[in-house]
Design a binder for this molecule. Structure first.
Ligand code: ZN
Length: 489
């Protein structure tokens, strides 16, 4: 049994380590560790699991295990959670779960998750198995990648369990393949849709639309009646009743579009019930009218001290904007970013500290993106959906390294240069057209002053102020990673 042998090997090692967990609390020389991320990972395990700082010998031991690749993040977790020191604390199930949330997910437990985990424990599942559940989750994987650590897993002796039970999200996606496309899921598609749902990048509505309006589905050339029946099966999990089928078919023949019909199904109590069964958010109904002009205002380099004022103005005008944030500010303005996101604004990535990306290596470019994404995700629960390179400087390396759609602009207000509200106002209001992307910077007072004039005026002229992704959806054909966009005129 390869697995048993491996387990025995690191159990043995953990016993050695456990000896060093106990010991006087000395100030450790943090600066002497070459890999600061790994050092912090170990230190935070001490704090979050054992509730104390690490002793130098202990830290040193775990640190070496991780940097040498002898042990993974999962095995370190195991070492702490099942150490003598921890076991002696005799925590109850609730505290045990709280500690796993803080240590492995870096957040407090949500009510649903907490109930599920404590339910497993009270139902007789072992702490080892629950700990494994946390370790094998996407959130712990994110934490490990944040600290540059190999995640690994915990193996439970005597129990062959190569696969995780299928998550509800996976089941939801699989059934859409069958019901909307009439075939089994392919692995790549299944993974990518599941990931989008899991990370909150896509809602139930977006995934359903992704299937129903996919090329594959369109190629089936379904009749109106078959299209309606497909929606009944995919969204309501049943056949059409005679009355329903008749009224939808009538609506289609009277000129209602398939998009509108699909939304009719999506925003119904029956689909809401299906989504809640699978733990999925339905998503919001779009209030965008494709027949009216629209423009995407974008603000770079923030958030900053004036961003809240700008958000007030957007909120009062029922307008959205896209914020290309830099990581250093994203770290300091978490609640502002969350508010922007909650208002329906889009959060884009503008690198960590604003370097010219064309001068950086692929690894450095990715580090700039990833570090900032962490702060965006921490505040909003979602990753950035778009990115803008500082100074608009991009080349093929940048394009392929960032892993996001690259968004430039069609109206450059030069607001950072003029620092003159009137000049910024003029450059927008004299030039704006349907489909434009406008570049401004919310770290300057004059720019926010200008925005407070521009936003209500555009609304008055009948413009819908939308995010970049919305503009791309309504005026183009969406966005794809590694492509560069200037406008959707
Ligand atoms: Zn910038």
């Amino acid at each position: 049994m390869r697995m048993r042998k491996k387990l025995a090997a690191w159990l043995c090692l953990i016993t050695v380590m456990a000896a060093s967990i106990v010991g006087p609390l000395k100030a450790d020389a943090a600066g002497s560790y070459e890999n600061q991320e790994v050092y912090s990972f170990v230190q935070r395990m001490y704090e979050k699991v054992l509730g104390r700082g690490g002793d130098p010998e202990g830290i040193d031991g775990w640190y070496q295990q991780l940097v040498s690749g002898q042990n993974t993040g999962a095995q370190i977790v195991y070492g702490f959670v099942f150490s003598e020191e921890f076991i002696k604390k005799s925590y109850g199930d609730a505290d045990f779960v709280h500690i796993l949330y803080r240590a492995l997910f870096d957040r407090e437990a949500d009510a649903t998750g907490f109930a599920a985990w404590t339910g497993k424990l009270s139902g007789g599942e072992s702490r080892l198995s629950v700990c494994k559940g946390f370790v094998d989750s996407q959130e712990f994987s994110n934490l490990c990648s944040r600290f540059g650590i190999i995640k690994g897993t915990i193996e439970i002796p005597g129990q062959e369990q190569p696969t995780q039970p299928e998550s509800l999200i996976t089941q939801f996606v699989k059934r859409l393949y069958v019901k909307a496309l009439g075939r089994d899921a392919d692995e790549a598609g299944l993974q990518s849709w599941s990931r989008c749902l899991e990370s909150g990048e896509a809602t139930g509505r977006e995934v359903v639309r992704g299937f129903v309006f996919s090329k594959e589905c369109k190629d089936k050339k379904l009749s109106n009646a078959d299209f309606v029946e497909m929606l009944y099966q995919a969204l309501f999990d049943r056949s059409a009743d005679a009355e329903g089928a008749k009224s939808w078919s009538k609506a289609l023949s009277k000129g209602m579009t398939r998009e509108e019909i699909c939304d009719g199904f999506i925003f119904s109590p029956e689909f809401a019930a299906l989504c809640s069964k699978y733990g999925i958010e339905v998503g919001k109904k779009s209030s965008i009218d494709p027949n009216k002009p629209m423009v995407a205002l974008t603000f770079d380099d923030g958030p900053g001290v004036y961003t809240s004022r700008l958000l007030d103005c957007l909120e009062n005008n029922n307008a959205k904007a896209t914020f290309f944030v830099v990581g250093t500010n994203a770290a300091n303005y978490q609640s502002v970013m969350k508010r922007a996101f909650d208002l329906g604004c889009e959060i884009g990535n503008h690198t960590y500290n604003h370097p010219t990306l064309t001068r950086l290596s692929v690894a450095d470019i990715q580090s700039q993106i990833n570090r900032t994404n962490q702060y965006i995700k921490k505040a909003t629960g979602s990753n950035a959906t778009v990115m803008r390179p500082p100074g608009g400087a991009w080349n093929n390396t940048v394009k392929s390294a960032v892993g996001l759609p690259v968004i430039l602009w069609s109206i450059d207000t030069r607001d950072w240069e003029t620092r003159n509200a009137q000049s910024t106002i003029n450059s927008v209001l004299k030039n704006v057209k349907d489909g434009d992307i406008v570049l401004m910077h919310d770290i300057h007072k004059q720019s926010v002053d200008a925005a407070e004039v521009i936003i209500p005026e555009l609304v008055k002229r009948g413009y819908q102020l939308v995010t970049v992704s919305e503009l791309a959806q309504y005026r183009g054909s969406g966005l794809s990673s590694g492509s560069v966009y200037y406008s959707f005129r």
